[in-house]
Design a binder for this molecule. Structure first.
Ligand code: IMP
Length: 434
């Protein structure tokens, strides 16, 4: 039975929320496996806008189970807020719908304070949600896990140990110690809200897979923000690639049937770091305004540029992407010509492969191929034949350059504004891909 991992093939914000929402109707279980409330998946349903930071976007589909896996760093304040807001909008969520891993680490107020303080000194443009500091504590083996909430004595002693380990650092950066007693009291308050959801999610997933349930893994951020495979150090602090689904949810790699990559029809990035196809001119402005390219989490304007096939080919390789979803094709309407970056010029040499590390990427100049643009609105298109000839050519050319077929093409924010070419859950079964 298919087990599908959806990952971003660029620098995040590829429109994964909508793709996950489309696929969620065919899945039984939807799983987040990395990142935290730095993510912001936007969904527009019947004109109502929903933004999720922690809860898998599948929650809007009745009867589906949603899992927050051990690889996620969970800000309890954000999680409780999301649960409250869903309830207010008519989607109450109980322990039968949402499962929260006992092994997931908590994002504490001091993590957010550290993130903010570091950003103010010399940052990389983080979302200031405490993600980096929370993962640092996890790897330093002093983090507080969701399961600790259930054992008061363990929680208190772990908080004390955290205070002692981090004191030299917090005193220097924040000018104060972690307030253990305040933290302890706040965490016990959150515990009462979160208790119904806390469980061993790896075990739950093993049973679900054994029963033949369809499991959908919802990646956050994008491949180029992966701590190992992205533009280090301008990256997030988790493994955003498909392999992260195994560690971040506690399943084995051979359980995964297909990796679906999501790529925008152009490129965007928020925060610092190299971006070879960035456009700082009128065209970049056009993409930002027409595409509504402002961060779902921070509201920051996104940097915009042409489609970079070197980036997406890199993502295809490190994730083993077998099918792609192309999003926001409608944003390109009105631009002529349209450019695709097919390779780079690096110190006078043509390179086809994405170089390792931010310093080399910063020296790359894009080599473009030019395509004819189109003027027609395409939000009404439901098949490739409904697209203007130039738009169809653009899609076909991208497929040729990338060497991976598109399963989904998104032509607008609404669920219906979609061209569904193939059902990703059926791809492997039909032998279309390999
Ligand atoms: P952090 O994840 O908040 O530590 O931020 C590290 C980098 O990842 C910054 O450049 C952020 O702008 C970027 N980032 C984190 N989450 C997202 C996301 O969901 N979409 C796009 N960029 C993100």
């Amino acid at each position: 039975m298919p087990c599908l991992v959806v990952v971003g093939a660029q620098w995040g914000d590829e429109g994964k929320g909508k793709v996950i929402d489309l696929l969620a109707s065919k899945a039984d279980v939807i799983v987040r496996f990395q990142g935290g409330s730095n993510a912001g998946h936007t969904l527009v349903i019947k004109g109502q806008k929903f933004i999720f930071h922690l809860i898998p976007s599948g929650i809007l589909h009745k009867g589906k189970k949603c899992v927050i896996g051990n690889g996620v760093v969970v800000d309890p304040e954000v999680l409780v807020e999301e649960l409250d807001s869903l309830r207010e909008r008519g989607y109450p969520v109980g322990g039968d719908r949402l499962l929260l891993s006992e092994a997931a680490h908590l994002v504490l107020p001091y993590h957010k304070a550290i993130d903010r303080a570091r950003e103010e000194k010399r940052g990389i443009g983080t979302t200031r949600r405490g993600i980096g500091p929370a993962y640092e504590d996890k790897v330093a083996r002093v983090g507080i896990r969701v399961g600790d909430l259930l054992h008061e004595e363990i929680l208190r002693s772990k908080l004390q140990r955290l205070l002692e380990t981090r004191a030299p650092y917090t005193r220097d950066l924040l000018g104060e110690d972690i307030r253990v007693e305040d933290l302890f009291r706040d965490l016990l308050r959150y515990r009462e809200r979160l208790r119904p959801f806390i469980t061993n999610t790896s075990l739950f997933l093993a049973r679900a897979l054994k029963e033949g349930k369809r499991v959908l893994f919802e990646g956050a951020q994008g491949t180029l923000l992966d701590v190992d495979h992205g533009t280090y150090p301008y990256v997030t602090s988790s493994n955003t690639v498909a392999g992260g689904a195994c560690c971040g949810a506690g399943i084995g790699p051979t359980q995964i049937d297909l990796v679906l990559g999501v790529a925008k029809a152009y490129t965007t990035r928020v925060g610092e770091g190299p971006f070879p196809t960035e456009l700082t001119d009128q065209v970049g402005h056009y993409l930002r305004e027409r595409g509504g390219e402002y961060g779902a989490t921070t509201g920051r304007p996104r940097r915009c540029g042409w489609f970079d096939a070197v980036v997406v080919r890199h993502a295809i390789r490190v994730n083993d992407i077998g099918a792609l979803a192309l999003t926001k094709l409608d944003t390109l309407t009105g631009l002529d010509p349209i450019r695709i970056c097919t390779s780079y010029l690096l110190d006078g040499e043509k390179v086809e492969e994405f170089p390792d590390g931010a310093e080399l990427v910063a020296r790359c100049r894009p080599i473009y191929e030019e395509m004819e643009g189109w003027r027609e609105e395409i939000r009404g298109a439901r098949s490739l034949d409904d697209l203007p000839r130039a738009a169809r050519r653009y899609v076909e050319r991208l497929e040729e350059i990338l060497g991976v077929p598109f399963s989904i093409i998104s032509v607008g924010a609404e669920r219906e504004e979609t061209i569904l070419l193939r059902d990703p859950f059926e791809e492997r079964a039909q032998g279309l891909l390999r």
